[in-house]
Design a protein around this ligand. Structure first.
Ligand code: MCU
Length: 390
């Protein structure tokens, strides 16, 4: 084990401290405390919290580990590692997944709708029901995320199968608990070749609150090949700081201070930051940065509440991260004016198709320069420059 922290000794307990997620290939020192210095600009994705510069791709991998740890510590709550035992049983189109930890077990099922013919097929995991068209040559895995963590209202805290396993007091917000469910679906697909799904070609989607969920799952579950969050808005594609700035300009926009009271998507750890998002160690340009270099298309709308300027400027900053990694085309964002929430306008179809073709069907389709949205000046929120990582 190359980490300087002693994770192996804690291997069978649920960690109270931020958990390092599964990118354990590089030797990194992960801090356990994170800066809370006020900064109205988007935090520099190319500087470690201790001030060192991120100059190489290996550095960036380590930077992502500290970003993940900081987000877990300040917004998301702990993302648990794989439970001691995960088993899966396929029965017709239903894949039942049982996770056991500390003498407790929980089971949940997903349904798999496959193309005709013989697989293995690429697939998209859809939170609830997909709000975008999934092509006929891609399988749809329907994930009842509300079963893992409830999201009825602020009274849903600690309810759902995740909390049956880890305890109702676990720090995870619903977005993190759902990502844990996606991680278990990946375990099950890998262990069940008979399901006919290629685990290396799995995407994740959801709209609105479930779009926030799909975004966080793409960020935390590094086996996901393509993130397709739709209309995720605040808590997803929007940067908290830009949403606050838009609110100050009089927009009717969801901010951190509103979101912590509306529902249980975030950890209670986020409450301490809800009225001072400028003290967070990270912002959501780096949530997309966690997905890098994997595929990501943020699908947006221009409903004020979602923060069209906040999502557009934030995702422009994210594209600078992908560009620094030498893969600018692996991420894009597509908007299409104001339309019915979670409907999918036909003028976003070509962008969606391009990302699906490239990242799930392994086709040589261009996903270059997909940056569609309202005017949004990212330079007003940035006081750093992106290096070319070597
Ligand atoms: C965009 O997602 C949410 C939004 O964050 C909430 O404030 C609102 O209540 O619901 C949206 C949603 O999930 O709509 C289906």
């Amino acid at each position: 084990m190359k980490y300087s922290i002693v994770l192996p000794l804690l291997a069978t307990t649920v960690l109270a401290a931020p958990v390092v997620e599964q990118r354990q290939d590089a030797a990194c020192t992960i801090p356990t405390t994170f800066p809370t210095t006020a900064n109205d600009k988007l935090p520099n994705p190319f500087k470690f919290f201790d001030g060192r510069a991120v100059t190489t791709k290996a550095d960036f991998d380590c930077k992502n580990k500290e970003v993940s740890a900081a987000m877990q510590a300040q917004e998301l709550g702990d993302f648990p590692k794989k439970p001691s035992t995960v088993t899966a049983t396929l029965s017709g189109t239903s894949l039942s997944i049982t996770s056991t930890e500390g003498g407790k077990s929980v089971s949940f099922s997903v349904s798999i709708k496959k193309p005709s013919g013989s697989g293995p097929f690429p697939a998209i995991i859809a939170y609830g029901a997909a709000s975008l068209p999934i092509p006929a040559n891609i399988a749809t895995i329907t994930f009842n995320n509300d079963d893992i963590a409830a999201q009825q209202s602020s009274s849903s805290r600690g309810k759902g199968k995740f909390f049956d396993l880890y305890g109702s007091g676990h720090s995870a917000g619903a977005l993190t608990a759902w990502a844990w469910g996606v991680d278990r679906i990946m375990d099950a697909l890998e262990a069940t070749p008979g399901a006919g799904i290629d685990p290396k070609r799995v995407g994740v989607t959801g709209c609105s609150r479930n779009g926030k969920g799909a975004f966080v799952a793409a960020a935390l579950v590094n086996r996901i090949a393509l993130g397709l969050p739709q209309e995720s808005g605040s808590g997803g594609a929007a940067c908290w700081r830009i949403s606050d700035s838009e609110k100050a300009k009089g927009k009717n926009i969801q901010t951190s201070s509103e979101i912590v009271g509306e529902n249980v998507w975030f950890s209670t750890r986020f409450n301490a930051f809800s009225t001072k998002s400028n003290t967070l160690a990270t912002d959501h340009h780096q949530l997309a940065g966690l997905v890098a270099p994997r595929g990501l298309l943020s699908i947006e709308n221009e409903i004020d509440w979602l923060g069209p300027v906040a999502t557009t400027a934030c995702m422009k900053a994210s594209r600078l991260i992908y560009k620094a990694l030498g893969v600018p085309d692996n991420m894009g964002f597509t908007g299409s004016g104001n339309h019915n929430h979670c409907s999918f306008p036909s003028n976003q179809q070509a962008d969606l198709t391009a990302f699906i073709n490239r990242f799930l069907l392994n086709q040589n389709t261009s996903t270059a320069n997909i940056e569609k949205g309202p005017t949004a000046d990212v330079s007003a929120y940035i006081d750093w420059t992106a290096p070319t990582l070597t």
